[in-house]
Write a new protein. Structure first.
Length: 510
């Protein structure tokens, strides 16, 4: 579908573009929705960005968009109005009413700096009013500097600015305790406790007026804005937010949030992060999304393959009036005859011969098979024999709740190369109750009349090999029978022959 994406990235700043680049390079169909309002849009140059020192922020973003487009990433201008969970997709509604769906979303909308309520600060923001000594300090070093202390930055920002110049003034209306005052005055920092009323540009400098009518002229004023993070559009996915200033999204190192399909990067998770940090978190979020999608792709492939395999078994049963004889397997019966009856689960029960035999001997038997036709026939067989046995459709023991005194798997083979035999047998072991037993009867060798087997013939292993591959906890499982038993049979041409059955009987002692 045209508007269905692997990933939609909300926000086209450095974090969003870094995520998009990783996803584009991973051949993911990716859309970036960008409102065109990056946090550093007021700055003419970036600093502290290795390899890009002095580059205009707009230039970096333009280069980033070009790089992303080279990998197939698409862009749309606008903002997101709503984000809604629809199960295996997220519905992204833009403010113009258009709708996109995505398997994953990266929120990289950044923050808005709420400046102190002083007239003139916003007009000079990014010019003579600055926020980060690391981003802007070198350019004003050695000049007349001031700090408007706020709860967000405190006096820490003052100490950082003092590293840049010997001429530093701090404006604060908050009480400065004796210890803090001693630290500041020891470094020749002037403390002004009068409230700042206004600031305005003057010949490339900044004139600051205080409540007492005094005016201070400085070359730059540093102040920390309160971070504001607007995530109203994401209310429908109920993301966990931190108690830090601005209530940023909680995300791990891969950008994963509390929602399995929502990732986040940049200042929306780290309000005080600089450009390199935002780029790095965006890159990790893009990789995190791709890793999640890769895992989901493989899981879906397994589900599809399993569904196809189960459909093939159903077709095999449905196209035959009766697939098996309905008689119990002789090798299984010989082993089970010596066991005390209890609860039993027959995995791959087919048309019910083994489970019905167990029920006739006092076992409370349950059979599970992927074929609905086989299950119906098994239930009919139990009814005709006058026994109570439960048969259900399911994919192995994992689809049946509870624990059993005996879990049986007889000739659980398939001609499919990727048949998950070991997984099914381990699932069967998980359903054995303490003190109960796992009985596996298998083909230990090909029939003597089969001189050549097809390429994808079932793998036939000895019981010793099977036991080693199961890798069950030796402290929890005690082998009781690990052997090959010969069973008399008749070859297709009517001649007397034999089959080798592998028998593995394990008791759960844990």
């Amino acid at each position: 579908m045209e508007n269905d994406w692997d990933a939609v990235i909300i926000g086209g700043g450095v974090a969003g573009l870094s995520a998009a680049q990783m996803l584009g390079r991973s051949r993911r169909r990716t859309l970036v929705i960008d409102g065109g309002m990056p946090r550093n849009r007021f700055a003419s140059h970036m600093h502290g960005v290795l390899g890009h020192d002095g580059t205009p922020p707009t230039g970096l973003l333009a280069t980033g968009r070009d790089e992303c487009r080279a990998y197939g990433v698409e862009f749309a201008a606008g903002a997101v109005a709503a984000l809604v969970d629809e199960g295996d997709r997220l519905r992204v509604t833009r403010d113009d009413g258009s709708v996109d769906t995505a398997r994953a979303v990266v929120i990289a909308t950044g923050i808005r700096d709420e400046l102190p309520d002083v007239p003139g600060l916003r007009e000079q923001w990014g010019r003579t009013v600055l926020h980060c000594p690391y981003c802007h300090g070198w350019e004003v070093a050695g000049r007349r500097l001031a700090v408007l202390a706020t709860p967000a930055a405190g006096l820490h920002q003052v100490e950082l600015v003092r590293q840049l110049s010997d001429d530093v003034t701090v404006f604060t209306t908050a009480p400065v305790d004796e210890s803090a005052a001693a630290r500041l005055t020891a470094r020749d920092i002037r403390i002004v406790t009068a409230r700042v009323l206004a600031a305005h540009g003057r010949d490339g400098a900044l004139a600051i007026t205080t409540e007492g009518g005094e005016e201070f002229v400085v070359d730059a004023l540093f102040t920390g804005g309160e971070p504001s993070i607007d995530l109203g559009f994401a209310a429908g996915v109920e993301l966990v937010r931190a108690d830090d200033p601005g209530a940023p999204l909680v995300a791990d190192l891969r950008g994963a949030t509390s929602h399995p399909r929502v990732f986040a990067a940049g200042n929306v998770t780290a309000p005080y992060g600089n450009v390199p940090l935002s780029m790095g978190s965006g890159s990790m979020a893009g990789a995190g999304v791709n890793a999640m999608l890769v895992a989901e792709d493989f899981a879906r492939a397994v589900e599809d393959r399993t569904a196809a395999r189960n459909a093939a078994w159903e077709e095999r049963y449905a196209t035959e009036e009766r697939f098996w004889s309905g008689r119990v397997n002789a090798t299984m019966a010989a082993v089970a005859a010596g066991l005390e009856p209890g609860t039993a689960l027959d995995v791959g029960s087919g048309e019910g011969g083994d489970a019905v035999w167990l029920a006739e001997r006092g076992w409370r038997a349950t059979g599970v098979d992927v074929s609905a036709t086989a299950v119906r026939r098994a239930a009919a067989l139990a009814e005709s024999r006058g026994v109570d046995a439960d048969f259900r459709v399911g994919d192995g023991a994992a689809s049946v709740p509870g624990e059993f005194d005996l879990v049986l798997a007889s000739f659980l083979h398939s001609w499919e190369a990727d048949f998950p035999r070991l997984r099914l047998l381990r699932d069967a072991a998980d359903r054995v109750a303490p003190g109960g037993r796992l009985l596996i009867v298998s083909h230990a060798a090909a029939p003597p009349w089969a001189r050549e087997l097809p390429e994808h013939a079932p793998v036939m292993r000895t019981p010793d090999e099977e036991l080693a591959l199961l890798a069950l906890d030796e402290s929890e499982w005690q082998p009781e029978i690990v052997e090959i038993r010969r069973r008399e049979a008749t070859a297709p041409d009517g001649a007397a022959a034999h089959l080798d059955d592998g028998v593995l009987l394990l008791r759960r002692i844990g």
